[in-house]
Design a protein around this ligand. Structure first.
Ligand SMILES: Cc1ncc(COP(=O)(O)O)c(C=O)c1O
Length: 390
């Protein structure tokens, strides 16, 4: 188990995992760390899986995925991503996680630059490093609710720029890429001939009055966009491990060849679950969205009462909270929250080095548990407010 001194030296994914390890030693800890939905997978999906097993639907699938599921994802790409694609432009992956790794492995050659928003889900950094690429950070700002500014992207485009990564809604900020900026970013991609990777895994959870925008649907983008999404977040199916990629056929072929010799096809039983989700009603998603909206209000009120500043998330599962009013670094504060309040929260430096005054707090616990977490955190903030910065 890591000490505070060791944790202080960490950042990114390593820091997240060290804190989760530490939380295992804390009895009755409330986890507001990871981004996995706490809600139950809808009963219709679970029943479909049982039926598939009973009726012997368990044969090995092609590496790119079960043909019926690829068809269903292609059909759903119209309402979900405003994309009109054939099933040959779709592949099924072991969660979004494998998807992002396949995209980067197939696309990035050593020395290639990829423009990535800051802060970000740092699994991308590891994949980029593994491929020998260079991640070039594009800052995002609280005053724009962490939208991606086209001018910040443009400044960083150079001869080695291969791709731009967009995550909308964003993990960790809860920001979205607005239509106006997506259009300007698409124009830049066409003008400078780079690819856009559009991670839309939280796309079903955009809160009114905001809209989800898919850059792949914009003029000139169908041949240069790789869209990543999946079932983990939308249907509370993280443990099933089903994600998908929508891309031009040659890119799907390149990624499928990597998948064939590495993980092979996703487990058939999980693909059956995803097929039930993709072809079933979306009422469950509407219900989930209402639940998250309720939690968003609850957390917003509790965090304000503690004196935190936060941008109310426009989408996704996270509050990206400015904790500077406490006078403590967010990393120290998250350590104290874990030790003294028994609440696990990730500090901003788990998502980018600049974010030492931010915390990422998830909405992924029932209301009662969120209230309990806030009640435990509040005295810690009051006790340590203004103590010297570590
Ligand atoms: C932005 C983003 N992309 C991709 C993933 C991967 O999701 P999964 O592998 O659970 O489908 C996550 C998970 O938290 C994420 O936050």
């Amino acid at each position: 188990m890591s000490s505070l001194a060791e944790i202080r030296e960490m950042s990114g994914t390593e820091l997240r995992y060290a804190l989760m390890d530490l939380a295992k030693e804390v009895p009755d800890a409330i986890a507001l760390g990871r981004g996995d939905p706490d809600l139950d997978t809808p009963a219709e999906i679970v029943s479909a899986v049982k039926k598939a097993l009973r009726t012997g639907r368990n044969r090995l699938m092609p590496a790119a995925g079960m043909p019926e599921l690829r068809e269903a994802i292609a059909a759903k790409a119209v309402p979900d991503h405003n994309l009109h694609v054939s099933s040959d432009q779709v592949m099924v992956t072991a969660g979004g996680q494998e998807g992002l790794f396949l995209i980067i492995s197939a696309l990035i050659d050593p020395g290639d630059e990829i423009l990535v928003p800051d802060p970000r889900y740092t699994s991308y950094d590891q994949a980029i490093e593994y491929a020998g690429g260079v991640a070039v950070s594009v800052p995002t700002y609280p005053e724009d609710a962490f939208d991606v500014r086209p001018e910040e992207v443009e400044k960083r485009i150079g001869p080695k720029t291969k791709a731009l990564l967009l995550v909308t809604p964003s993990n960790p900020t809860g920001g979205i890429v607005t239509r106006k900026n997506a259009e300007a970013l698409a124009e830049l991609a066409v003008k400078h001939n780079f690819v856009v990777i559009s991670d839309e895994i939280y796309g079903k959870f955009v809160y009114p009055p905001f809209e989800h925008v898919s850059i792949g649907s914009m003029p000139g983008m169908s041949d240069r966009t790789i869209t990543l999404s999946g079932f983990s977040k939308a249907y509370a199916m993280t443990g099933f491990r089903v994600g998908y990629i929508i891309a031009p056929e040659d890119a799907i072929e390149a990624m499928t060849s990597i998948k064939t010799v590495t993980t092979g096809p996703v487990a058939t039983v999980s693909q059956e679950a995803a097929l039930a989700a993709a072809t079933g009603s979306e009422a469950c998603i509407d219900e989930f969205r209402e639940i998250y909206l309720g939690r968003r209000s609850l957390l917003a009120e509790g965090l304000s009462a503690m004196g935190f500043r936060y941008g109310e998330p426009r989408g996704g599962f996270f509050f990206w909270t400015d904790s500077s009013s406490t006078g403590m670094r967010a990393l120290e504060l998250s350590y104290l929250f874990l030790k003294e309040a028994r609440v696990l929260i990730f500090p901003g430096t788990a998502f980018g080095d600049r974010w030492s005054d931010y915390l990422r707090i998830t909405m992924l616990q029932p209301d009662e548990v969120l209230k309990e977490a806030l009640a435990r955190m509040s005295p810690v903030v009051a006790r340590y407010r203004g103590s010297s910065r570590g």
